[in-house]
Design a protein around this ligand. Structure first.
Ligand code: SF4
Length: 470
């Protein structure tokens, strides 16, 4: 498939298992792995919510010096709102989404979501803390009608301090947008509109079960530009089923012609509960391109975007240089979370983090609605992190930026990351995935950046290394 004018990538000595795209998660979004979270951690999460900011928990397993202890006072607080509705289910989707809910059911869900935020707002660990960032994620938040959205936001603003919010992200599916919806997002304070384009080929969009086609992308872009959001982000996926070099080149060029402030590029993977994964588990061949090809496509996008005036902001995100200079393209949600912020994860199956404890809501529709109706938080499982695990979590997440500031870890956690992870840094340097610069900085090479998720288990504690991730 590779042609002579195609960038080629030396992927070092990547494990053989990486050659084809098989079922299982590669993308790392948190640590320790989700498969270790369980109900045992829930009591600690409830206790953390009942503690006012700055009160250290009792009996914490302190495996690094106390300087790294999590303190809620001064820690940014975010709010994630899960709107789990979609027009249809993409064949690669692994999220908890619903495609069969009517307007009344959606209103019931949004009332419940507002009720959940109100329960959180009364907790001692949350009272008086202003929100730093808000993220409407999906599912497809833009599926929801504006009148429902206005009601939800009015209740949230009445419950929590929204005045200091730096960033409000709203995820959109092109085919669900209307001109009046886009105007309403601006009115309610959305600063970062994230558009799930994924690919510009109708054939590929159809094959992968996407609900939108390219005509709907073209239709909504003028409405978005007209509103002048601080930031327009476009999501692409390298390696959708049916992708070829020709279709990917066209998708990258069309994206550049569109001129968004940032472009997020994911490499297609196949977690367990997708339609495509099911086909493989039943004996079919993987329909997704191999990892080497996907990395070459990803590299092509990075290089073309660089030529068009973008710069690398993380392994997945390219920022338009002018937007970066204006400070318009900051991604507060990502940067806060990757530096240990607290975030209330609300909505069915949502993930959150508070006071050093991870938590996830229940994933059943009835279970979620029922618990909130009973005045409870709808939590399903949690995990109490040690200080060492929080340091590891920040290190692996910040590795995705392509650069580590080692002094940040020395100051925050009071240990030397080079000494602690010497073996991992040496092994990855030998594979030319990264270089340690002068004892203060770690810089990933481009080939390291393109496969950063597969490198991160090197830093995991032994007990998590060969375990299932999700
Ligand atoms: S639009 Fe996103 S959340 Fe909805 S089905 Fe597709 S991948 Fe899943």
């Amino acid at each position: 498939m590779t042609t002579t004018d195609t960038p080629t990538l030396d992927t070092g000595t990547a494990p053989a298992a990486e050659a084809s795209t098989e079922v299982g998660s590669v993308f790392v979004s948190n640590y320790p792995p989700f498969s270790f979270w369980n109900q045992d951690g829930l009591d600690a999460y409830y206790e953390a919510l009942d503690r006012p900011p700055d009160v250290a928990p009792k009996g914490r397993n302190e495996d690094v010096a106390p300087k790294g202890r999590h303190e809620t006072q001064g820690t940014p607080l975010g709010l994630y709102l899960h709107l789990p509705f979609c027009r249809q289910r993409c064949k690669f989707c692994y999220y908890r989404v619903f495609v069969d809910k009517n307007a009344d059911q959606i209103q019931t869900y949004l009332d419940t979501l507002a009720g959940e935020v109100e329960v959180y707002a009364k907790k001692p660990a949350v009272i008086g803390r202003p929100l730093s960032f808000v993220y409407f994620g999906g599912g497809t938040p833009s599926y929801v009608a504006v009148k429902h959205l206005h009601k939800l936001i009015a209740r949230i603003k009445a419950a929590m301090s929204w005045d200091d919010v730096q960033e409000v992200t709203f995820e959109c599916e092109p085919g669900t947008l209307t001109q009046s919806k886009v105007a309403a997002y601006r009115e309610i304070g959305v600063t970062r509109l994230s558009l799930g384009i994924e690919n510009w080929s109708d054939e590929i969009l159809r094959e992968n079960g996407r609900a939108h086609l390219s005509g709907e992308i073209d239709r909504c872009l003028p409405w978005i530009r007209e509103q002048g959001f601080d930031q327009l982000n476009v999501d692409l996926i390298a390696g959708m089923v049916g992708e070829t070099w020709g279709s990917w080149r066209r998708t990258v060029q069309k994206t550049i012609d569109t001129g968004p402030d940032s472009v997020t590029i994911y490499q297609m993977e196949l977690p367990y509960n997708t339609v495509y994964s099911q086909g493989i588990l039943e004996g079919g061949a993987s329909p997704v391109a191999d990892w080497q090809t996907k990395r070459e496509w990803h590299l092509h996008a990075i290089e073309e975007l660089e030529r068009a005036g973008y710069e690398v902001s993380s392994a997945y995100t390219m920022l338009k240089r002018r937007a970066a200079d204006d400070g318009k393209a900051r991604f507060a949600y990502r940067d806060s979370l990757w530096h240990g912020a607290d975030m209330l994860g609300t909505g069915v199956a949502s993930f959150g983090h508070l006071g050093g404890i991870h938590a996830q809501n229940v994933s059943g529709w009835g279970d979620y609605l029922g618990k909130v109706a009973d005045g409870e938080l709808p939590l399903g499982r949690a995990f109490v992190t040690t200080d060492g695990e929080r340091a590891t979590r920040e290190l692996i997440l910040q590795m995705k930026l392509g650069r580590l500031d080692l002094d940040y870890f020395r100051r925050k956690f009071d240990f030397d990351p080079l000494a602690r992870w010497q073996g991992a840094f040496d092994r990855l340097a030998d594979r030319e995935m990264l270089a340690v610069k002068g004892g203060d900085e770690v810089q990933l090479t481009r080939q390291g950046l393109l496969q950063v998720d597969s490198l991160l288990p090197e830093f995991y504690d032994e007990k998590y290394r060969n375990a299932r991730y999700t």
